[in-house]
Design a protein around this ligand. Structure first.
Ligand code: SF4
Length: 203
């Protein structure tokens, strides 16, 4: 039976003891995807946004996206404080990972490994810094495979001994809300996923 990640997340949120605000390391890919996730989860968690995206292979694009995300965090009224943390930027790590998969279509095996590359770093940092949970904004996109994201998330949680927050943020009109928030905050919405191989694909 297909898992309902939104229901799993609902259960975990309902189980948060009264008066407590667990810490969450949130891997974020860009401002538009983060907008709804921050609005939603900052009600319940103390969030550190972790920007680790070596898959954005052009530096100018990387900088544009990171600046938009920082601006969004500054401008959005959020219930609990949100901290921003930038990871290392090294597209060579991505190119090495993508070797032999350059011509695969978006949504294929290269993307599975791309999710894992980024989520692994988030899981590692979450474990190292003692966060209660880690997760990623990636599942908000209708173009991203939520089953893969959650399977990777749980596997890495076991490997790094940290808790993963299940997600399918596109549910409950999360994607639609991210479009509304992008308009409200006049966010830059990129026309491709991130790597040079996805550049001619409209998302
Ligand atoms: S298309 Fe997107 S998810 Fe797939 S490899 Fe490129 S940047 Fe990563």
């Amino acid at each position: 039976m297909k898992k309902n990640y939104q229901k799993e997340l609902d259960r975990l949120i309902n189980e948060i003891p009264e008066g407590q605000t667990p810490s969450l390391l949130l891997h974020a890919c860009c401002a538009p995807c983060s907008s709804y996730v921050l609005e939603y989860l900052s009600e319940y968690y103390s969030i550190t946004v972790y920007y680790y995206n070596p898959n954005i292979t052009e530096e100018g694009e990387y900088i544009k996206r990171i600046n938009e995300l920082k601006r969004l965090i500054r401008e959005m009224p959020l219930k609990n404080e949100v901290i921003f943390m930038e990871g290392p930027y090294d597209p060579e790590v991505f190119f090495e990972m993508a070797k032999g998969m350059e011509s695969l279509p978006e949504g294929g095996e290269r993307c599975y490994h791309c999710y894992e590359l980024r989520m692994r770093e988030a899981a590692r940092i979450a474990a190292e810094k003692g966060f209660d949970y880690y997760t990623t904004t990636l599942s908000i996109s209708p173009h991203k495979n939520a089953d893969w994201i959650n399977e990777i998330g749980e596997r890495l949680a076991t490997e790094y001994a940290v808790h993963h927050l299940p997600s399918d943020f596109k549910k409950r009109d999360g994607y639609k809300r991210s479009i509304e928030l992008s308009a409200k905050y006049d966010l830059y919405r990129q026309s491709y996923c991130g790597c040079v191989y996805s550049k001619n694909v409209v998302i």
